[in-house]
Design a protein around this ligand. Sequence first.
Ligand code: SF4
Length: 162
Amino acid sequence: MSRAPRTPSFRDHPLRPELLALYAEAEALLTGVTCEASTDCCRFGVTGREPYPTAIERAELTRGMQAGGVRLNPTSSPRTRLKVADERRCPLLDDAGRCRVYQARPFGCRTFFCERGRDASGDPAVLPRRELQALGRRIADLSARFDPRDPGPAPLTRSFKA
Ligand code: SF4
């Protein structure tokens, strides 16, 4: 059975509050935007794209998994365990369609730029793309401080150690 990676906890890292503050800014920018919670954005084979968390976001993701006792969805080998059938479901999506690390989900999961987003009137939401992209750059800068040797964002499905 797959286990969450056992790495030193990111919980008390001095840069974690900065990351959480940036996530909070993203949430604030998207206040009032809702979606039908199709979870399509967690099915990478459906959307044809997936989040690319930075190193510091991967650390927070791992912390969230450790804190919640979350293990990757069991499939077969490390190479294929992140792919569930043709949907390529995120291994952190539960059978009920909920994210098992919701509070620790990376920026790309919070700002998927999905065309299904709706505003308070039920109309297609106009997302603050420029502001969100600027936030993404600040997260990248923060991640560079966290791990200067990291080559950069990586696909979510490659964010877990075998
Ligand atoms: S981490 Fe959570 S929100 Fe992000 S793709 Fe996976 S299940 Fe969906």
